[in-house]
Design a protein around this ligand. Structure first.
Ligand SMILES: C[S@@+](CC[C@H](N)C(=O)[O-])C[C@H]1O[C@@H](n2cnc3c(N)ncnc32)[C@H](O)[C@@H]1O
Length: 202
């Protein structure tokens, strides 16, 4: 098959899968660790650099929503006093647990973020490549806002590589609807990392 046909087929597939994810947001199935942890992703999405960009203090409690296979969990845990790794899928959570058995300050929480049920526990909440997979992203963020301590921050990061990718402006819109205001942004259209804080009620 000529190269141009292969490129065309790839582009059609990319457009199709992205439209599908926008129409029907859904969690990545278990078994995609090879994709989440592929060496190429680790280069443009270095876990240590990403964790530093979250601006975590050594005394902080961090809540990582949708930790997946735990690619970022160790790097985040290295920055804080307590880390709660959360995910919908018990098998992904088990992979994260297996990667952090030597870190006693890492805890685990399984369930839907929309039913988080935590109040004022976290200084920093991190969502990396998670939010557009959730059918009710604003509800998910509202649950995160409840889990934030006063003065806390929510970090949302997305990358174009993910089929459920949304532009930074879409993330801002969801965050605003959940009562969050943007306080910072890093990256570019390929990978961005946005920081939000609760908007003070007037
Ligand atoms: C694309 S993976 C990203 C994993 C990890 N953050 C990373 O970037 O390598 C998205 C993760 O979010 C989890 N997830 C999806 N919907 C969720 C929900 N409603 N509540 C909690 N976790 C969810 C999935 O199970 C999956 O592990």
């Amino acid at each position: 098959m000529p190269l141009v046909n292969i490129i065309f087929a790839f582009l059609i597939f990319q457009v199709g899968i992205r439209i599908w994810f926008r129409i029907k947001p859904q969690p990545i199935p278990f078994g995609w660790t090879w994709l989440l942890e592929n060496p190429w992703r680790k280069t443009y999405r270095n876990p240590e650099l990403t964790a530093k960009q979250c601006g975590i203090k050594p005394t902080d409690t961090v809540l990582e929503i949708g930790c997946g296979s735990g690619l970022f969990t160790r790097a985040l845990a290295a920055q804080c006093a307590r880390l709660i790794a959360q995910d919908l899928e018990p098998k992904y959570l088990a992979e994260t647990r297996a990667k952090t058995t030597d870190l006693p300050h890492v805890e685990f929480l399984q369930g839907d973020v929309c039913a988080l049920g935590l109040e004022a526990v976290a200084d920093v909440i991190v969502l990396i490549s998670v939010l557009p997979e959730i059918p009710q992203p604003v509800e998910a963020l509202k649950a995160c806002v409840k889990a934030l301590k006063p003065g806390g921050r929510i970090i949302i990061s997305q990358e174009l590589f993910e089929p459920e990718y949304v532009l930074s402006q879409q993330t801002d819109t969801w965050a605003k609807a959940a009562g969050l205001g943007k306080i910072g942004q890093e990256g570019n259209i390929w990978v961005y990392l946005n920081r939000y804080a609760r908007v003070a009620k007037t």
